[in-house]
Write a protein that binds this ligand. Sequence first.
Ligand SMILES: Cc1ncc(C[n+]2csc(CCOP(=O)(O)OP(=O)(O)O)c2C)c(N)n1
Ligand SMILES: [Mg+2]
Length: 354
Amino acid sequence: MKKQVYSCGIDYLQVMDEDGGIDLQLMPSIPDSKIVEMYKWMLFTRNLDAKTLSLQRQGRAVTYAPLVGEEASQIGVALAMRKDDVLAPSFRQHGIHIARGQPLDDYFIYWKGYEDGSKSARSINALAVCVPVGTQVPHGAGVAFAQRYMGKDAATVAYVGDGGTSEGDFHEALNFAGVYKLPLIVVIENNQWAISVPRKGQTAAETLAQKAVAAGIRGVQVDGNDVLAVYKAAADALASAKDGPTLIECVTYRMGMHTTADDPTKYRAEEEVNAWKARDPLRRVNLYLTSKGLWSSQLEQETTEQHQRQIDEAVERAEQFKPDPRGMFETLYSFMPDALKEEEDNAVSNNFWM
Ligand SMILES: Cc1ncc(C[n+]2csc(CCOP(=O)(O)OP(=O)(O)O)c2C)c(N)n1
Ligand SMILES: [Mg+2]
């Protein structure tokens, strides 16, 4: 006997096309004012990104991971999340931190290289920025397990890159979340590149969303440059999180460099970057709102100037910040080992942080 015991397919979701046209059947039921709010956050995130890149180039910020081009993949989720939901980020989701209320001063303190900037993560229900690729996904599964155990009406959203999906941690977390039906949403921010490794170097699979199938959980692929599709996928996943996890693949593009330590012109063609420019996540929302009389070039200019003032003031305050060197020793262990204490005393008495 031979029979098919399982078959599956992965849906692709796009609500707003590249010219701002809407698929009304898929449109989430939100007022236009919410779309204006999404657009303002995307614009803010882009302005913030440009400023941080410029500060890094002037030696006023440490190695920075730009997010330009990925605004919709972040803001769509940020605005779908509820206050009590927890974020387990990697190192590129600055847009979510800011839209969830991270103080701007702390953002800049972090990018000056001071861990103190991470302290407010708790106030926005976020784990600290996670640089080891993929490890934040099992952290997120653990938080989701705790949420279930404590009977909380909340979920956890863990972010991972396309490169991160090749890590064992990613699969272990999905598997664990599937078995225990945890309130976990894993968002793959598939920006097509893991430093110089292209997406096709990660897996022979057609989609990354289908990684959900083996874990027995829901999986969906969305146009990650369409903030409405991202919002809808995240809102649906959060609404059903009490019944189990969802994997969302946001198909987007890293328009900038991996980090300021990288030169992407060495490994990717300009034509590829230009092709993605036409799919810019802000442009289409701008076209939609302008066609409805809800946005204009004047509003764009005024809003950008207002953002720049807000950002510049925060930079000024952050540059006054004096770190306490003890901070880097304090947070690793509940009880500090003697050897570490000795290092701390040594650092403090020798003014190593100056
Ligand atoms: C465990 C681990 N291996 C390698 C690295 C070095 N590294 C930093 S980012 C990165 C690529 C990540 O690519 P992706 O997951 O697609 O995320 P993206 O940077 O594109 O947002 C690598 C290999 C690391 N930080 N951690
Ligand atoms: Mg990537």
